[in-house]
Structures are given as structure tokens and as C-alpha cells.
Design a protein around this ligand. Structure first.
Ligand code: HEC
Ligand code: HEC
Ligand code: HEC
Ligand code: HEC
Ligand code: HEC
Ligand code: HEC
Ligand code: HEC
Length: 352
């Protein structure tokens, strides 16, 4: 393999992770599924497959009724009735109603979004996805034709136009992003069907080894693939793992000092970058923003609650307004999925 080679500790960790991935490919994942809707918990005579597949008359590849994302939106869309979670408007239409924790792809709380993760499958820069090891092909050592290795489930990716020249680590990889990049439609071990095949650089919890585990403090949220799981789509009940999960794509964003130079497309080129600390308990700081509560749910802040990606960002899309100094901040030049207008997130904690 053209992946990690040198004997540095990081590479060793990565090589071990890569091996774990290879091994895990050979071990069938747990047979138990639950989750929700047509996603998992299948009986021997389930009807669920027909919600998405046709045997002889499929209109899209993979024997699908429709291609992703429209397949998903045929139930989760604003005009659809097949699910209570309307991810286009970011609204929960079930008992009690409310705003979805993920934000919205089109609007949220009735206002048009100003940034979102893309879902149309077009190739996009996954900011900060460059590796930290010295490899000839970076992430593309495995995620492209160049490796010559057929990796099941791993799509072919492209090198970003701003990638550093070979043989250095890449700046970013470009990947086709859609619902199934992040969610596993057949159910699984993680919170919200989040893809288990992510292999971020650090994992506070993993299951099976080499795969990131994401749990919540919802009823049954530590085992959403088993009976007894009761999702709460409108109250933050994060437990552990989601912040690590995001770095399955934004690989370097937990490094307080970037291990490799990074081009943030701000005119400063590829230089070492400094980043806000992650996965840290707040100490004396108190906040109204969501935290990961690794010791269980509480409506008040606990000493061990920690800051994670979801503290400042929505996963799907945001309506935050950015103006003045907060406008046009490279590389996205938009509201970057932020939970509050401008830099309201900073002030909510630091009260300067
Ligand atoms: C909510 C929609 C949905 C339901 C329900 C569903 N599938 Fe799928 N299935 C998909 C999508 C989307 C893909 C393509 C996966 C991808 O692109 O990552 C897929 C891929 C597959 C594949 C090929 C790749 C793989 O993951 O193994 C098989 C086999 C499969 N489905 C079988 C089934 C069976 C059997 C059922 C019923 C027990 C079922 N599916 C229910 C959406 C669904
Ligand atoms: C040593 C080989 C290897 C390297 C290097 C590698 N990956 Fe992967 N990656 C895999 C394999 C294998 C899978 C699929 C695992 C599975 O399906 O069980 C995967 C899956 C993924 C997925 C899930 C995507 C999907 O749709 O399946 C993401 C995201 C990902 N890798 C990101 C990265 C990033 C970012 C890098 C570079 C920082 C990287 N990978 C480098 C082997 C590798
Ligand atoms: C970049 C990754 C990513 C993409 C792309 C993505 N999701 Fe999500 N989704 C998440 C995460 C993370 C959560 C959990 C959000 C939370 O609880 O804060 C989530 C939550 C959800 C939920 C639960 C309700 C909510 O909003 O919290 C549904 C339903 C869902 N996603 C469906 C979809 C559909 C359908 C698509 C495509 C149209 C999609 N997702 C695209 C990452 C993604
Ligand atoms: C046939 C209708 C249907 C289709 C098609 C469908 N879903 Fe769902 N999905 C549901 C229902 C019903 C639920 C249960 C919650 C609700 O009512 O919104 C659900 C729940 C979810 C959840 C939350 C699971 C949890 O942990 O609580 C996610 C994430 C999700 N779907 C993603 C997707 C994605 C991605 C696709 C496309 C590949 C998709 N869905 C296609 C009906 C559907
Ligand atoms: C303390 C708040 C905060 C946390 C926590 C946070 N971010 Fe951000 N993020 C921001 C702000 C603010 C921006 C806008 C650009 C800037 O100021 O750097 C941003 C921008 C981004 C961008 C767009 C590219 C860029 O660099 O501008 C990505 C991708 C991103 N964040 C990913 C993540 C990931 C992944 C995590 C978790 C590892 C995370 N963020 C945690 C505040 C945060
Ligand atoms: C499967 C890969 C993948 C995962 C997982 C992922 N992202 Fe992203 N993210 C991308 C890609 C690709 C882009 C750039 C294209 C776009 O904006 O959709 C992006 C863009 C972003 C942006 C900038 C959006 C904008 O346009 O302003 C932020 C912020 C961000 N991600 C945060 C997160 C957070 C927080 C998580 C975890 C909840 C996460 N990402 C998980 C692939 C991913
Ligand atoms: C959820 C609360 C929270 C939010 C939101 C938050 N911070 Fe912090 N910040 C912290 C904590 C906790 C530390 C202390 C980390 C440590 O040293 O253990 C910190 C540390 C810092 C530091 C000192 C870091 C250093 O390297 O010296 C700066 C500067 C900073 N934050 C700026 C910001 C900015 C700018 C934003 C908005 C983009 C922001 N913070 C958002 C909690 C937060």
C-alpha cells in the first residue's frame, strides 16, 4: 500500500488504524439493527427494502428507486410525508414539533440558509482533510485508482487544486458529498445512522476497533441499533464521539498547531496554522451552546461537559448572518454552518 510508511508514532498509529480497517473489512459487523423508520431492525419478512429498492425496475444505480439525495428527500423533504424529520426546512413534524438539531439544508425556522453541507454529490474540498503522515499519495493512496486497491465502500476522490505538490501531504482532498457520505441507510451502531467507516485520526471511543463510535444520552442512545432506542430530534443530548467523527473528513481540525502546512486560501499560502482547542472541558466558562455530556444528560452544565465541533456548528445548514469583519472569511467566505450570527459563538463563552 502507498499509505503510511515511516516509523514515526503517528504513522504507526495510522498503520494500525489502516490494519484495523482491513481486518474489520473481513469481520461482519454486528447483525443487530434498530435505529428508526425503514433504517435497520429488519425482520425476516421486512417490507422496508421496497421503500428504496426495486428488483427489476429501479430508476437509478444500486437498484434504487431514485438516486440519492432525492431518494432521501422523497421522505425527508419539505413536501414529503414519509418521515417526520424534514431536513430541508430543519423542522420536526412529529408530536410536539420543534427545530431539528442538524439545522436545515434549505431553510431553518422559516429563514433561508446561508451555508450548508452540499448534498448533490458534486466534488468539493473537504477542508483540512490533508494527512499528517509523509505519504506519496496522501488520502488518495487508498481513495483513488492510483492505489490499485479496490476498497469497498470508499469512493474515488480527487486531489484539490490547492494540493501541495507530490510527494508532500495534500492540502485537501475533493470528494463527492451527499447524504450517504455521512449516513448509512441500512442502520448501524452510531447515533443518527452516522457512517461507521470513518477513520478519524483520534477516537475517544471506537467500535469495532479502528471505527469511530458516536453515542448520545437519548433513551437507548448508547445502542441505537437495539430495541429501546427513543430518538429526540429537538433537544441536544450529545454524549461522545461526534466531534471525532467530523474529523473523519476534516482530518486535521483537532490539531492546535497544524502538523503540516495548510493553505486556508486567505492569501497566506501553505503555512502552519493554529486552531481552537477541541474536546476540552470548559472549566469556569459557562455557555448556552450544546456540549458533549460524556457522563450523562443534564439540563445544566457539568464539570466534565466538553466543547466539540457541534458546539459551534450545525451539521446540515445554518441561517447565521455574517457581516463586517466576520464576512468573507476564507476559505468558505460564508456563514460556515455556525450556530449564531457573526462570531456570537465566541462571545457566548468568552464574554469579552
Ligand atoms: C432508506 C433507503 C433504503 C432502504 C430502506 C434499504 N436500502 Fe439498500 N441501499 C440504499 C442506498 C442509498 C444504497 C447505496 C449505498 C451507497 O451508495 O452508499 C443501498 C445499497 C444496498 C446494497 C448494496 C451495497 C451495500 O450496502 O451492501 C444492498 C445489497 C442493499 N442496499 C440491500 C438492501 C436490503 C436487502 C434492504 C432491506 C432489508 C435495503 N437495502 C433497504 C438505500 C436503502
Ligand atoms: C490505508 C488506506 C486508507 C487511507 C490512507 C485513507 N483511507 Fe479512508 N477509508 C479506507 C477504507 C478501507 C475505507 C472503507 C472502510 C469500510 O468500508 O469499512 C475508508 C473510508 C473512508 C471514509 C468513509 C467514506 C465512504 O463513503 O466510505 C472517509 C470519509 C475516509 N475514509 C476519509 C479518509 C481521509 C480524509 C483520508 C486521508 C486523511 C483517508 N481516508 C485515508 C482506507 C483508507
Ligand atoms: C456532512 C455530513 C452529513 C450530510 C451530508 C448529511 N447529514 Fe444528516 N446528519 C448529520 C449529522 C452529524 C447529524 C446529527 C445532527 C445533530 O444531532 O446535531 C445528522 C442528522 C440527520 C437527521 C436527524 C434530524 C436532524 O436534523 O438532526 C436526519 C433525518 C438526517 N440527518 C438526514 C439526512 C439527509 C436526508 C441528508 C441528505 C439530504 C443528510 N442527512 C446529509 C450529518 C450529515
Ligand atoms: C421511505 C421513507 C424514507 C426514506 C426513503 C428515507 N428515510 Fe430516513 N427515516 C424515515 C423515517 C420514517 C425515519 C424515522 C424518523 C422520522 O419519522 O423522521 C427516518 C429516520 C432517519 C434518520 C434518523 C435515524 C435516527 O437515529 O433516529 C436518518 C439519519 C435518516 N433517516 C437518513 C436517511 C437517508 C440518508 C436517506 C436516503 C438514503 C433516508 N433516510 C431515506 C423514512 C425514510
Ligand atoms: C469554538 C467554535 C468552533 C468549534 C468548536 C469548531 N469550529 Fe469550525 N469554525 C468556527 C468558525 C468561527 C469558523 C469560521 C472561520 C474561522 O473563523 O476560522 C469555522 C469554520 C469551519 C470550517 C470551514 C473552513 C474554515 O476553516 O473556515 C470547517 C470545515 C470547520 N469549521 C470544521 C470544524 C470541525 C471539523 C470542528 C471540530 C473538530 C470544528 N469546526 C469546531 C468555529 C468553531
Ligand atoms: C463525509 C465527509 C464529511 C464529514 C463527515 C463532515 N464534513 Fe464538513 N465538509 C465536507 C466537505 C466535502 C465540505 C465542503 C463542501 C461543502 O460545503 O459541502 C465540508 C464543509 C464544511 C464546512 C464549511 C461549510 C460552508 O460551506 O461554509 C463546515 C463548517 C463543516 N464542513 C463542518 C463539519 C462538521 C461540524 C462536521 C461534523 C458534524 C462535518 N463537517 C463532517 C465533508 C465532510
Ligand atoms: C463552548 C465554549 C467556547 C467557545 C464557543 C469558544 N471558546 Fe475559546 N476557549 C474555550 C475554552 C474552554 C478555552 C481554554 C482551552 C484550554 O486552554 O484548555 C478557550 C481558549 C481560547 C483561546 C486561547 C487559546 C490559546 O491558544 O491561547 C482563544 C484565543 C479563544 N478561545 C478564542 C475563541 C474564539 C475566537 C472563539 C470563536 C471562534 C471561541 N474562542 C469560542 C471555550 C470556548
Amino acid at each position: 500500500m502507498k499509505g503510511p510508511r515511516t516509523a514515526k508514532p503517528l504513522s504507526t498509529t495510522l498503520a494500525a488504524a489502516a490494519l484495523a480497517i482491513v481486518l474489520a473489512l473481513l469481520i461482519p459487523l454486528g447483525a443487530a439493527h434498530a435505529n428508526n423508520g425503514p433504517h435497520g431492525n429488519y425482520s425476516a419478512t421486512t417490507d422496508a427494502c421496497a421503500g428504496c429498492h426495486r428488483a427489476h425496475s429501479a430508476a437509478a444505480e444500486g437498484l434504487l428507486i431514485e438516486a440519492v439525495p432525492n431518494l432521501c428527500l422523497s421522505c425527508h423533504g419539505a413536501a414529503a410525508s414519509g418521515a417526520q424529520t424534514d431536513v430541508e426546512s430543519g423542522a420536526y413534524n412529529g408530536a410536539g414539533g420543534g427545530d431539528l438539531l442538524g439545522g436545515g439544508f434549505v431553510s431553518y425556522q422559516g429563514v433561508a440558509v446561508t451555508s450548508s453541507h452540499s448534498i448533490d454529490g458534486s466534488w468539493q474540498n473537504a477542508w483540512g482533510s490533508g494527512t499528517t503522515w509523509n505519504s506519496t499519495w496522501d488520502c488518495l493512496g487508498c481513495h483513488s485508482d492510483e492505489s490499485g486497491l479496490p476498497w469497498p465502500g470508499a469512493p474515488e476522490w480527487l486531489k484539490s487544486p490547492n494540493a501541495l505538490p507530490q510527494p508532500y501531504s495534500g492540502q485537501n482532498v475533493m470528494m463527492p458529498l451527499t447524504c450517504t457520505s455521512c449516513h448509512e441507510p441500512h442502520g448501524g451502531r452510531n447515533y443518527r445512522l452516522l457512517q461507521q467507516r470513518m477513520h478519524p485520526p483520534t477516537m475517544q471511543q471506537e467500535d469495532p476497533p479502528g471505527y469511530v463510535l458516536v453515542t448520545s444520552n437519548e433513551t437507548g442512545g448508547q445502542n441505537p441499533d437495539q430495541a429501546g432506542y427513543v430518538p429526540d430530534y429537538t433537544t441536544p443530548r450529545y454524549r461522545l464521539g461526534l466531534g471525532d467523527w467530523c474529523t473523519g473528513c476534516h482530518f486535521t481540525y483537532q490539531q492546535e498547531v497544524s502538523v503540516k502546512p495548510f493553505n486556508a486560501e486567505d492569501g497566506k499560502g501553505a503555512i502552519i496554522r493554529y486552531r481552537h482547542k477541541m474536546n476540552t472541558a470548559l472549566g469556569a466558562i459557562s455557555t448556552g451552546l450544546p456540549l458533549e455530556q460524556k457522563d450523562g444528560y443534564s439540563s445544566t452544565q457539568q464539570a466534565t461537559d466538553q466543547l466539540f465541533c457541534g458546539t459551534c456548528h450545525y451539521a446540515h445548514g445554518s441561517t447565521a448572518v455574517v457581516s463586517g469583519l466576520a464576512a468573507n472569511v476564507a476559505p468558505t467566505n460564508d456563514s460556515a454552518l455556525l450556530r449564531l450570527d457573526n462570531r456570537g459563538v465566541c462571545q457566548d463563552c468568552h464574554q469579552k
